[in-house]
Design a protein around this ligand. Structure first.
Ligand SMILES: C[S@@+](CC[C@H](N)C(=O)[O-])C[C@H]1O[C@@H](n2cnc3c(N)ncnc32)[C@H](O)[C@@H]1O
Length: 231
């Protein structure tokens, strides 16, 4: 596996680099609203980016279903939910689902299209809003778009939310982490500095094929939130 600086750039990085100037001075919600409005991440199927296309989620869709069952998850907070594309293909029978996203228009469209009894969508900011009660928080492909300072705020908010489990994106073989501005992208390994998470309870490899396979160590990893004590 190539270390961080030798991996070929992902499309989200290239696209953000091209438009970086348009983000100067924008607050967090407007950054992601602009990304959605302009389909900045460049995927054909979904404004949530290549990682959210149906073909990119084959492995995690089946793995997630098994995991939710194994840990008896009855209430799932999917934060962020993006446009609820691939998640619509997961069987959530028997699970109360709440999808949250910082972009108001995305949440409104999800509610109109996918809202149902036991399936709700709310505008929320992972960094600072009081989070609804859940057994497990799924935070996929989000921290990778945030600065270190805002990841710290997100993790502090998650630690206090009362959920038992966090299932989130990490790149298992990445040797080190780098900082970015909000809205850009880079891979993160949550087990190395500055996060130093313990070994996860389990991991679901995604089978990521982006950039010629340079990100094939991309995974969803499961932790007890109580184990994620700050340094
Ligand atoms: C790459 S998409 C991933 C969406 C979804 N998890 C998936 O797997 O398809 C990242 C999403 O994070 C949302 N987001 C970014 N920062 C956020 C924050 N602080 N609170 C809530 N949502 C946020 C963006 O609006 C965007 O929809």
């Amino acid at each position: 596996m190539r270390p961080l600086r030798q991996r070929r750039p992902a499309l989200a990085q290239l696209r953000f680099d091209e438009r970086r100037a348009a983000f100067a001075g924008l607050p967090l919600n407007e950054r992601f609203a602009l990304i959605h409005r302009t389909n900045l991440w460049g995927a054909v199927e979904t404004p949530s980016g290549l990682g959210s296309e149906i073909s990119a989620t084959t492995q995690i869709r089946s793995g997630l279903q098994t995991l939710l069952d194994r840990y008896r998850i009855r209430r799932l907070l999917d934060l962020p939910c993006g446009v609820f594309g691939w998640m619509a293909a997961v069987d959530l029978t028997g699970i109360d689902y709440i999808g949250g996203d910082i972009v108001t228009d995305v949440v409104a469209a999800n509610r109109a299209k996918h809202g149902a009894p036991g399936r709700d969508f709310m505008q929320m900011d992972l960094l600072e809003d009081a989070l609804p009660q859940a057994d497990l928080v799924l935070c996929r492909d989000c921290l990778v778009h945030l600065s270190f300072a805002n990841i710290d705020r997100a993790l502090a908010n998650l630690r206090g939310c009362g959920a038992r489990y966090l299932l989130t994106t990490t790149f298992l073989d990445l040797p080190d982490n780098g900082d970015i501005e909000d809205g850009d992208w880079r891979p993160l390994n949550l087990q190395v500095a500055p996060f130093k998470f313990p070994a996860p309870i389990e991991t679901l490899l995604e089978g990521c094929e982006e950039a010629g396979g340079d990100y094939r160590d991309k995974a969803l990893a499961l932790w007890y939130l109580d184990d994620l004590v700050p340094e």
